[in-house]
Design a protein around this ligand. Structure first.
Ligand code: CDP
Length: 244
């Protein structure tokens, strides 16, 4: 049950209604499809509103250069990239600090899902491309990549599902659009991407861009967890629909 202070905070918030009419805990329209790149070992698309992520998986294959190999296990390597036409103001092609950071946190978010112990000295490459961006591209990329890894037949302990939760002034909302991410009134916008694992229920990604109290953060994580359970169902359904 929501406490009195909670209600007061919501009443005073300058963000009382979502621009696209969604409920505060409602996801954007989601589409998920598995098996979209025939040449890849595994592939998937995850669309959330106007954000689209495409993931392709190649491997396991021998890792080069040799000094990077681990004789005890294979490794997961993620490369995230936003296409130059994916945003309103053209993005300079090629890697940058942001894409390197997202590649790394995505790798960490997905690593607990896979068991690569059967593939020493190997690498499993995950390429995430963003043809269209309207906020939440890293979480859309994680959702697509988790499906693509399963599609590639990589041994998996569990699935990863991710969503960006946000605090707009004092209101906690799920699956921010770019317009919401840019909200500046009151306390402004806080962006909190989270990733939950399906079996262990562990958080494998938690980032925070902005300010939030511990109480609000706990509420945001709880809403994120529920949204991720919904996303997990969508991913599982898409994986069951593979026609091969
Ligand atoms: O995409 P995500 O929310 O995971 O990461 P972000 O760094 O918080 O970026 C938020 C949004 O800003 C992206 O989804 C794009 O819509 C936009 N963006 C942009 O317009 N130009 C860039 N160079 C990078 C991001």
């Amino acid at each position: 049950m929501r406490g009195f202070t909670d209600k007061m905070a919501e009443e005073k918030s300058k963000y009382t209604k979502r621009a696209d009419g969604r409920k505060f805990d409602e996801l954007r329209k989601v589409e998920a499809k598995v098996g979209i790149i025939p040449e890849a070992d595994g592939s998937a698309m995850y669309k959330s509103g106007d954000t689209i992520a495409i993931a392709s998986v190649f491997g396991p294959r021998t890792l080069h250069p040799q000094h990077m190999q681990n004789p005890e296990t294979g490794i997961l390597r993620v490369n995230y990239d936003m296409m130059s036409f994916s945003v309103y103001e053209r993005k300079r092609p090629g890697p940058n600090r942001r894409s390197q950071e997202i590649s790394k946190v995505t790798e960490w978010a997905l690593a607990p899902c896979v068991d690569l112990s059967e593939f020493p000295n190997s690498v499993v490459d995950v390429f995430i491309e963003i043809p269209q961006a309207d906020a939440g591209t890293r979480v859309a990329g994680i959702n697509a990549a988790a499906m693509a890894l399963a599609h590639a037949g990589i041994p998996m302990k569990e699935l990863a599902s991710a969503v960006a939760v946000g605090k707009l002034d004092k209101t906690i909302v799920v699956d921010l659009s770019k317009e919401e991410e840019d909200f500046e009134e009151g306390e402004g916008a806080t962006d909190i991407p989270v990733c939950f694992l399906s079996r262990s229920k562990k958080l494998s990604l938690l980032q925070l861009d902005g300010k939030i109290s511990t109480e609000e953060l706990n509420k945001a994580i709880e809403l994120g967890k529920k949204a991720c359970e919904e996303i997990n169902k969508i991913q599982t359904k898409a994986l069951k629909e593979i026609k091969e």
